[in-house]
Design a protein around this ligand. Sequence first.
Ligand code: OFO
Length: 170
Amino acid sequence: MKKNIAKMLNDQVNKELFSAYLYLEFNNWLMDQGFTGFAHWYRIQAMEERDHAMLIYDYLHHNNETVDLQAIEQPNTEAQSVLDILKAGLEHEEYITASIHDIYEVALKEKDYRTKEFLDWFVKEQGEEEANANDLIDRATILGDDRKALYIMNGELATRAYAPPSLTIT
Ligand code: OFO
C-alpha cells in the first residue's frame, strides 16, 4: 500500500473513533435532558462508529500496515436543544463523508483498486447515515416546540437495535 493512502486510512481510524466519542457526548447531553430515546439512538451510533474504526484498523493490518493510534480530541457540545444535536450530527457526517471521498479519490489516482473497493462500503454507509440524520432533523423540525410529540419520537428512537457492520475483512 502506498504510504499516503496508509496515512489517510490511519487518520480515518482516529476520525471514526472521534465520531464514536462525539456521539457518546451527544448521548450524555441527551440523557441529562431526559431524552433517553434520542440518547439511545446516539449510543448505538457511537457503537457503529467504533465498528467503522475497527474495520479500517483491520484493513490496514490485513495489508501489512501498522496503525499509529493518535490522541482522540475532546468532543464539544454547545447544544441548546435536541434539534441542535441533530444538526451537529448531520454536520459531522458530512465532514466524515468528505474525508472518505478524499481517500477514495487518492486511491483511484494511485490505482489502489483494493482500497477503492474497500471504501465502496463506506461511501454507501455515509449516504445512509446522512439520509438518517436529515430524516431526524426533518421530523424534529416539524414537531418544533411540541414536547409531547417529541416525547413520542423519543420513544420510537429508543427501539433502535445495534447491528454489526455487513462488511468483513478477509
Ligand atoms: Fe463512520 O459512519 Fe458516519 O461518521
